[in-house]
Ligand binder design. Structure first.
Ligand code: 13P
Ligand code: SF4
Length: 368
């Protein structure tokens, strides 16, 4: 994501308390009625999440954005999510991200120049357009989704990664998976792909730091990207917790490392984590590896039901960019809409959106 200039009006809102904002958000929402639809990712802080008309993981929110007919889609999430909402909605609809600096540090680990260079370098070993399906995690910029659209590739989310990989292998023998190596590896392992056939492409090195033989032998070429939040979860945290409470059930997001996922009883998207723990039996104890706001809310919800939910890491791991969406920014964008002014619109250039749509549509057409 490029640098974002901060408009001066937000300074007035920065002085408002969360309570003042909450009241004003309620009033603005009421005035806008069905013209506005607020989407909230599960990692949003409580003070913002409470205003979401719908919440979900990336796949669910994409589908909701595609189905929405509201004039304004306000996405309380991160930049790539608002881009997807813009691509999937009609030309008349406007996608808004309350703070344009709310990016995803993992998405930023792959950019078009580096991916095109990788494609070029791979073409010295094999014909990539014949042999490799490019698969981008939805946590990526629109121009990378467009790259996948142009090259017969597809988008995946943490929910449908396995189906997407199966779709890809039906078409070509190899996959270039970016930007999250962990989601790629954790999914590949479930499909019985040996670890040594999943090589890591280091975008800072010529030929990704790989030999010709490694590339030829690989089933999956994994981009060297990761999520700074999920990398904080470690296998020893599971060991330490289980030493005290051996009956603990472990559930992790697939952006966590291979070792953490291997030691987990369940692995899945944010929506999957919520649905699974919500069905837990009273008296059960859960250790959860995903972002703190989700886990805290889930713990509070399940406590009265006798289900004990714990965060895996001893240190605080929040998605600091998602945290930038605060009540002050939400209040600002909604009151601006009431005044007839659109601020913080996220708009993907037409050609790029058309090509990205190809890759998104291939995903949305899958039966999941
Ligand atoms: P989900 O699609 O599982 O909500 O994941 C999005 C994300 O960014 C997790 O870090
Ligand atoms: Fe990106 Fe990680 Fe935040 Fe998810 S938790 S939005 S992958 S930085």
């Amino acid at each position: 994501m490029s640098a974002v200039s901060v408009p001066v009006e937000i300074n007035r809102y920065a002085l408002l308390s969360d309570e003042e904002c909450a009241e004003r958000i309620r009033v603005a929402k009421e005035k806008l009625g069905e013209r506005v639809f607020i989407l909230g990712h599960h990692y949003q802080r409580d003070e913002v999440f409470e205003f979401a008309d719908a919440s979900g993981d990336s796949l669910k929110l994409s589908r909701i954005a595609a189905d929405s007919s509201a004039e304004y889609i306000v996405f309380c999430g991160v930049h790539f999510m608002a881009e997807v909402a813009d691509i999937l909605s009609s030309d008349e609809q406007v996608s808004i991200l309350p703070d344009l600096s709310a990016g995803c540090s993992m998405a930023d680990m792959a950019n078009l120049a580096n991916v095109e260079r990788a494609w070029q370098e791979l073409s010295s070993v094999l014909d990539p357009d014949e042999t490799i399906t490019p698969v981008t995690y939805i946590n990526s910029a629109a121009d990378l989704k467009a790259f996948c659209g142009r090259h017969g590739g597809i988008v995946c989310t943490s929910t449908n990664a396995r189906h997407v990989l199966e779709w890809s292998f039906e078409r070509r023998e190899k996959i270039l998976f970016f930007p999250d190596q962990h989601l790629g590896r954790n999914t590949g392992v479930k499909m019985d792909i040996p670890l040594d056939q999943m090589v890591v492409w280091d975008f800072n090195q010529p030929m990704g730091g790989l030999t010709e033989e490694q590339i030829k032998n690989a089933k999956m070429i994994l981009w060297k990207g990761f999520c700074s939040v999920h990398q904080m979860f470690q296998p020893n945290q599971i060991d330490n917790f289980k030493a005290k409470y051996p009956e603990t059930i472990v559930i992790s997001h697939p952006e966590s490392s291979f070792e953490v996922c291997q030691q987990s009883d369940y692995v899945g998207s944010t929506e999957y984590i919520l649905n699974t723990v919500r069905q837990a039996e009273a008296g059960s104890r859960w250790l959860v590896a995903t972002e703190l706001n989700l886990v805290n809310r889930l713990a509070a919800e399940m406590k009265p039901k006798g289900v004990d939910v714990h965060f895996m890491s001893p240190t605080v791991c929040m998605c600091s960019t998602m945290f930038r969406i605060d009540p002050q920014h939400l209040c600002w964008v909604l009151e601006s809409l009431v005044d007839g002014k659109v601020v913080n619109q996220v708009s993907v250039p037409k050609k790029e959106a058309e090509q990205a749509m190809l890759a998104l549509q291939r995903m949305l057409d899958l039966p999941i």
